[in-house]
Write a protein that binds this ligand. Structure first.
Ligand code: ADP
Length: 191
């Protein structure tokens, strides 16, 4: 099917990834699969898995690769993803997860890896503007630094495989969505 989308989206905190993911998911009919949302759901359900995940998340740590890979493998096997494709958000976060993803989907099983790019100073200003209690200057800088450390090698890995498309995330919601869907359509047209 020409329109079916199988994609991964990356973006710094404050880049607008949540909003744009919801729109992309609706536009392409592909489920938005956010590992952060899945983990938070498990935590609030209080399952054994949720309790374990909660410990890692509270400590500011990543959930171990083998666990996360199992979770995503199962999720991608569900009928909505098999039929409609997927927009993965929050996974992969490590090189081990990246390799596992291509192992699950096959080399041709990912159409595009999107980097929704908003410069550091812009996202910093946006987050300060939210005025949330946990948005101290230090906390913001630390979260962004962690993102860079974690995501840099993963983005480079996908770039080497010809999957990465960087989309300018500065603009109105409409402008950014138009850029994203144009970039995605170009990729889907090349398949
Ligand atoms: P954030 O972007 O603020 O880290 P997320 O909602 O993406 O928020 O993830 C929240 C937490 O869930 C992470 O800090 C991490 O502990 C855990 N997590 C989410 N996705 C993954 C993943 N792919 N691998 C390991 N841990 C993950």
């Amino acid at each position: 099917m020409a329109g079916r989308l199988r994609a991964v989206i990356f973006g710094r905190q404050g880049a607008g990834k949540g909003t744009q993911s919801a729109r992309l998911s609706a536009h392409y009919g592909a489920p938005h699969i956010s590992t952060g949302d899945m983990l938070r759901a498990a935590v609030s359900e209080g399952t054994e898995f949720g309790r374990k995940a909660d410990e890692y998340m509270r400590g500011g740590n990543l959930v171990p690769d083998d666990v996360m890979i199992g979770v995503v493998r199962e999720r991608l096997a569900k009928p909505d993803a098999v039929e409609g494709g997927f927009l993965l958000d929050g996974f992969p976060r490590t090189l081990g997860q990246s390799e596992a993803l291509l192992d699950i989907t096959g080399d041709d099983g990912i159409d595009v890896v999107i980097d929704l790019d908003v410069p550091l100073d812009v996202v910093t200003a946006r987050m300060k503007g939210r005025g949330r209690a946990d948005d101290t200057d230090e906390a913001i800088a630390r979260r962004l630094e962690l993102y860079e450390k974690e995501t840099g090698p993963v983005l480079a890995w996908f770039e080497r495989r010809g999957k990465l498309v960087t989309v300018d995330g500065v603009g109105t919601e409409e402008e950014v969505f138009a850029r994203l869907s144009a970039a995605v359509d170009r990729r889907l047209g090349q398949r």
